[in-house]
Design a protein around this ligand. Structure first.
Ligand code: HEC
Ligand code: HEC
Ligand code: HEC
Ligand code: HEC
Ligand code: HEC
Ligand code: HEC
Ligand code: HEC
Ligand code: HEC
Ligand code: HEC
Length: 368
């Protein structure tokens, strides 16, 4: 009796508790990395600070959970992997006098283990800016962090926020765009984030002619993709129509023949903007009817209000919208083949007649 009414319920209750504990998500900071625990006895303290000779300070706190869940924590890498000279306390005297040079010095550790990214990164605007003496330009730890490193490629929003730390104005512009709205508000992964246009490690200077010439094909990676654009009801005609018009045709010629020449022909971002690319029906879009003249005037300063209509935009001219242009186009589509066709017929019949005449002449001569 005692077993059924007293012990049994307790056993069941205990079993239930164990079940609940078991189904709880695995504690984020397990398994422990034993070698790191000695460091963490002090560095887990949120109030620990590191003071530099210039009196600037940084927090010396390291989160166990953050580290153990990082790409390196997952590999059970120890603190000593990046801090080989901190095994004992007191630590050796600091070699650097301010927090920025401290970060730059410790950043060297990343380069030894990730030589590919190091090599690629030397081809970035940031490496160039640093070579010119701008120490604020991003290094590995600025974008990836030191202890809480996660895979950046897994979140395009995170990527934009990473760049935002230092390029806040551009991020604000970008956040006005149709691309960013889709990314941030709808978690849409089909739209470009900063690195789709600039790259993360290999990064071209954005003000060169090459960058300009290449930019339409960058937009085309998505905007010429029928399947992708069909999802959003956006026309893919934009790239072909662009290449076919006077801006694009000249540009394509330039790209092939003189890629270094300075070029002022309009590319996609001259009309749509580079960062604040709005939906074409957004009242603030640079390409909406009300703002289009101003957009053209950047390069056609004498343009008047009927100037934009001289361009048939991305689409085949229609009788509704550009009756005259459509008529001219129709005229030429009929006229040119007709003229060429008639000329062909004329040449053939003419040649035939001459042959016949020549043959006739010869027989006449033979007879006489
Ligand atoms: C007894 C406490 C203690 C232990 C154990 C300890 N640290 Fe520290 N650490 C500190 C304090 C305090 C500072 C702040 C600067 C100072 O006073 O030296 C610091 C600073 C640092 C710094 C910043 C650079 C510097 O030298 O100031 C690094 C990096 C560091 N510790 C890494 C480690 C690593 C890695 C371990 C384990 C192998 C470790 N620490 C173990 C207390 C400790
Ligand atoms: C993958 C390399 C790497 C590993 C592993 C690593 N650190 Fe660091 N650590 C760095 C870098 C780089 C910095 C400089 C970051 C900065 O200042 O922006 C740094 C800075 C520090 C600092 C100075 C305060 C700060 O956050 O800038 C402390 C303290 C520190 N590390 C302790 C530790 C401890 C404790 C561990 C192990 C739990 C550890 N580190 C593991 C790379 C690493
Ligand atoms: C002692 C060698 C070592 C050091 C130092 C080191 N890493 Fe790593 N890192 C690794 C290993 C090992 C991996 C996991 C294997 C892999 O995926 O490459 C890794 C993974 C990564 C990843 C994820 C890569 C992926 O595709 O999974 C990133 C990002 C990264 N490290 C950045 C850094 C940064 C930034 C630093 C400097 C603060 C740094 N690493 C320092 C060895 C190191
Ligand atoms: C300007 C910011 C920036 C700098 C500087 C930078 N990275 Fe990255 N890194 C990124 C971004 C963003 C990604 C994700 C790329 C993608 O999805 O195309 C990435 C990807 C990586 C990866 C592949 C794993 C992942 O997160 O997708 C590794 C490894 C890596 N970086 C290491 C480094 C190292 C080492 C350095 C220094 C030599 C460095 N990075 C410098 C932004 C940066
Ligand atoms: C730690 C700060 C920092 C971070 C983070 C950072 N940048 Fe930069 N970036 C700079 C600095 C400083 C320069 C050089 C000064 C300048 O031209 O604005 C620069 C230059 C650039 C340039 C060249 C600008 C020009 O006019 O030539 C581009 C493009 C760029 N960054 C893109 C990015 C992207 C994309 C990311 C994110 C993946 C990023 N940056 C993250 C600081 C940063
Ligand atoms: C759809 C492609 C695209 C995306 C997405 C994009 N950019 Fe750009 N970015 C460009 C183009 C094109 C230029 C050159 C603009 C020009 O010369 O007027 C540029 C220029 C820049 C410059 C130099 C600006 C200057 O005024 O000197 C920086 C810095 C930059 N971008 C950073 C970023 C950052 C940070 C993000 C993400 C928040 C981002 N870009 C997203 C296409 C893009
Ligand atoms: C001379 C200015 C100009 C250039 C250059 C230009 N566009 Fe446009 N774009 C417009 C105008 C105006 C509209 C809105 C009217 C229309 O739909 O034609 C538009 C519309 C669009 C649309 C919306 C289509 C839809 O289905 O609603 C996309 C996408 C687009 N452009 C992308 C591009 C791309 C990509 C390039 C470069 C290959 C480019 N544009 C070059 C002016 C331009
Ligand atoms: C990584 C793919 C990708 C790249 C690169 C890209 N776009 Fe887009 N773009 C999209 C997608 C997807 C949408 C539709 C978003 C939505 O409607 O939610 C879009 C929307 C647009 C729109 C708004 C169309 C409308 O609804 O009115 C314009 C304009 C546009 N893009 C122009 C450009 C230009 C110009 C470039 C190059 C500077 C570019 N895009 C680069 C994927 C891309
Ligand atoms: C970035 C500068 C730039 C912008 C913006 C621009 N254009 Fe042009 N456009 C040019 C250049 C340069 C030429 C000369 C092309 C050539 O000779 O091959 C040209 C040529 C033309 C022509 C051919 C006739 C002529 O005047 O030579 C028309 C029509 C035209 N653009 C319309 C427009 C319209 C409409 C807009 C606004 C929607 C616009 N353009 C925006 C630079 C631009």
């Amino acid at each position: 009796m005692r077993y059924t009414f007293v012990i049994m319920p307790r056993v069941l209750l205990l079993g239930l508790i164990i079940c609940i504990i078991q189904t709880q998500p695995v504690q984020a900071d397990t398994p422990l990395i034993p070698d790191n625990e000695a460091c963490l006895t002090c560095h887990i303290n949120p109030d620990l600070t590191v003071t530099f000779a210039d009196d600037s300070t940084i927090s010396g706190h390291v989160s166990r959970t953050g580290y153990n869940n990082s790409v390196h924590g997952a590999e059970a890498m120890t603190c000593g992997g990046c801090h080989p000279d901190h095994a004992d306390y007191p630590h050796p005297e600091l070699k650097t006098t301010d927090s920025r040079s401290f970060a730059l010095e410790l950043n060297q550790a990343c380069l030894d283990c990730h030589p590919d990214q190091d090599r690629h990164n030397q081809d970035s605007n940031h490496a160039r800016a640093r070579a010119e003496g701008n120490q604020d330009a991003a290094v590995c730890v600025d974008c990836h962090g030191a202890h809480n490193i996660r895979l950046l490629s897994e979140s395009r929003v995170e990527i934009a926020r990473t760049c935002q730390q230092c390029h806040a104005t551009i991020y604000d512009e970008y956040s006005q765009s149709a691309h960013s709205k889709a990314l941030v508000e709808e978690d849409n992964q089909d739209v470009p984030t900063c690195v789709d246009c600039h790259g993360a490690h290999i990064m071209e200077e954005p003000h060169t002619t090459q960058f300009r010439l290449k930019s339409p094909s960058q937009c085309a990676t998505c905007h010429a993709d029928e399947e992708l654009m069909a999802k959003y009801g956006v026309s893919t005609n934009v790239f072909d129509s662009y290449v076919a018009d006077f801006h694009g045709t000249t540009l394509v010629l330039f790209e092939k023949q003189s890629p270094d020449a300075v070029i002022n022909k309009a590319v996609c971002y001259d009309c749509h903007g580079a960062h604040a690319i709005r939906a074409v029906d957004d009242p603030e879009a640079t390409v909406i009817k009300e703002n289009l003249l101003e957009t053209c005037q950047k390069c056609h300063p004498d343009a008047t209000s009927n100037f934009p209509t001289s361009w048939t935009s991305h689409f085949q001219p229609t009788f509704d919208q550009q009756p005259l242009v459509a008529l001219v186009e129709l005229f030429y589509t009929i006229l040119i083949p007709s003229v060429l066709g008639l000329m062909g017929v004329f040449v053939v019949t003419d040649a035939g007649r001459r042959l016949v005449n020549r043959a006739k002449n010869r027989t006449n001569k033979d007879i006489s």
